[in-house]
Write a protein that binds this ligand. Structure first.
Ligand code: NAD
Length: 462
């Protein structure tokens, strides 16, 4: 077996760590023996970043975009291999989306206001060092998206990834840190403890020199950062309902739902997690979904077998999260062809997969009498996450009624869920969608402090 340079470096680092000695490469690679070491390096690097011009900051962001694209296939494959979540081809799309549609320094353009009383200038200043906790589901996308946004705003960032995505996350740190340094940015501007775990997460949350926390994950981690006493941004779990009424273009809706619910095997927090359909169009919707050639309709008996497999003691069985539909169905004794991407079934309103965030390509479809009942049910199953909802309809009143009732951060009309994060839809992308704390689709400006400078009675040119 051949040992790569990276593996040797990791081995050396582990030995040095056990001896409490930090490796002494001149610029480092962004990986540190402790959270404290990463934070100290980040503080120095952030000061250095502010001494560079904005133009240079723009060049750093441009180089990040460039180097990530070059490494895209490699890191996408690595993420799927390590976490067993999602699909390589969809991770590649995810990374391209983050590279192309995460706003850079243009997002922190200042605002100037002049009037009878002079001039007011509003600037978006950095917060300093950000602690970012990242989910297992998107180790590549979240790192790219957070790094571009946070650095564009003039911050340094210390990450703590999910331990089960640590190899990919380390590689992302090396890649992004390398791109920053290569473009003339300061070493240490992004970093992570080499061995990320719950202890390092807690150390980061409690670190007195970390100025802001950003949690992307489930309710647990969002609660942790909100209790920290620091400025915190929480991007939490969702259970997006997708409502289809009788006025929808049913074939288009069927295609959109198939593509949205199966993207990356449903691990995106925004994916359609249950379909609610008005009874008169239920059969047509299912038929058109089957006609895509990507969908398998489970019989009631098959659906029961699959449910027993993927829901255990009222919780989602983690070993099926993000897996290909073939893998899940095979364990339930069902064989489907390679083109299949999604299993669907007719579900009762109280079915556990309607209420749990399954994050796998098994989608319940619940029938309702009319759109009014559908809206009320959609609000219930969204469970106040204020995350994402999707609706297929050509009736503006119905669309407006659901959007108003469900109060989600993202509301997608007549498109797959991912249009709401800019993939085939307008607007920038974000992989940290802050529903609980209300910042919405985060971007560079989210990671700033607003500062006002006023010059009274002068400085107007008119
Ligand atoms: P998770 O909550 O288990 O973990 C997320 C991160 O928080 C990890 O780094 C983990 O190590 C850390 N963490 C978890 N509990 C912690 C605690 N008590 N103290 C300190 N750190 C803790 O989530 P996950 O399984 O990695 O990711 C999937 C979840 O993330 C889903 O619920 C999904 O909806 C959500 N998600 C949300 C968004 C969004 O933008 N809103 C984006 C991606 C994923």
């Amino acid at each position: 077996m051949q040992t790569s340079e990276t593996q040797v470096a990791d081995l050396v680092r582990k030995i040095l760590e056990q001896m409490s000695i930090a490796p002494s490469t001149p610029q480092g690679d962004g990986l540190y023996p402790t959270v404290d070491a990463a934070v100290e390096a980040a503080i120095v690097a952030q000061r250095q970043l502010l001494e560079l011009s904005l133009e240079k900051r723009g060049e750093i962001i441009a180089n990040i975009r460039c180097r990530v694209l070059e490494a895209n296939k490699r890191v996408a494959a690595m993420a799927v291999e390590e976490t067993h979540l999602g699909r390589v081809e969809d991770k590649i799309r995810e990374n391209i989306l983050c590279v192309e549609k995460t706003p850079g320094i243009e997002d922190i353009r200042p605002v100037a206001l002049s009037g009878d009383h002079g001039l007011m200038l509003l600037e978006y200043a950095p917060v300093g060092v950000i602690g970012a906790l990242t989910p297992i589901t998107n180790p590549t996308g979240t790192f790219i998206n957070n790094t571009i946004g946070m650095v564009a705003a003039g911050n340094a960032v210390v990450f703590n990834c999910h331990p089960s995505a640590k190899e990919t996350s380390r590689e992302m740190i090396r890649l992004l840190h390398g791109a920053i340094v290569e473009a003339g940015g300061p070493a240490g501007l992004i970093g992570m403890a080499f061995e990320p775990n719950l202890d390092t997460a807690n150390a980061l949350v409690a670190h007195p020199k970390v100025n802001m926390l950003v949690a992307t994950g489930g309710k647990g981690v969002v609660d942790v950062v909100l209790r920290s006493g620091k400025k915190a941004i929480g991007a939490g779990a969702g259970n997006p309902p997708c409502l289809v009424d009788e006025t929808a273009n049913i074939r288009r809706a069927a295609e959109a739902i198939t593509n949205g619910a199966s993207v990356n095997n449903n691990i995106f927090c925004i994916c359609e997690k249950e379909v609610i359909v008005v009874q008169e169009v239920e059969d047509a919707l299912i038929k058109f979904m089957q006609e895509t050639g990507k969908v398998y309709l489970l019989s009631p008996e098959e659906a029961e077998r699959v449910t027993k497999l993927v829901v255990v003691d009222g919780h989602i069985n983690g070993s099926y999260i993000g897996r290909n539909v073939q893998v899940i169905l095979k364990d339930a004794g069902i064989t489907v062809n390679d083109a299949c991407r999604l299993a669907i079934f007719r579900a009762e309103a109280d079915h556990p997969l309607v209420w749990l965030e399954q994050m796998m390509p098994v989608l319940p479809i619940v029938r309702v009498k009319n759109v009014k009942e559908g809206i009320a049910f959609g609000v219930k199953v969204e469970k106040g996450n204020r995350h994402t909802a999707i609706m297929h309809s050509t009736n503006i009143d119905n669309l407006t009624a659901f959007a108003r009732a469900v109060q989600t951060t993202i509301f997608v009309k007549n498109a797959p869920c991912y249009a709401g994060i800019g993939l085939g839809g307008e607007g920038h992308t974000s992989f940290t969608i802050a529903g609980p704390t209300g910042e919405g689709l985060t971007s560079a400006r989210t990671f700033t402090r607003q500062r006002r400078c006023t010059l009274a009675e002068s400085f107007r040119i008119i």
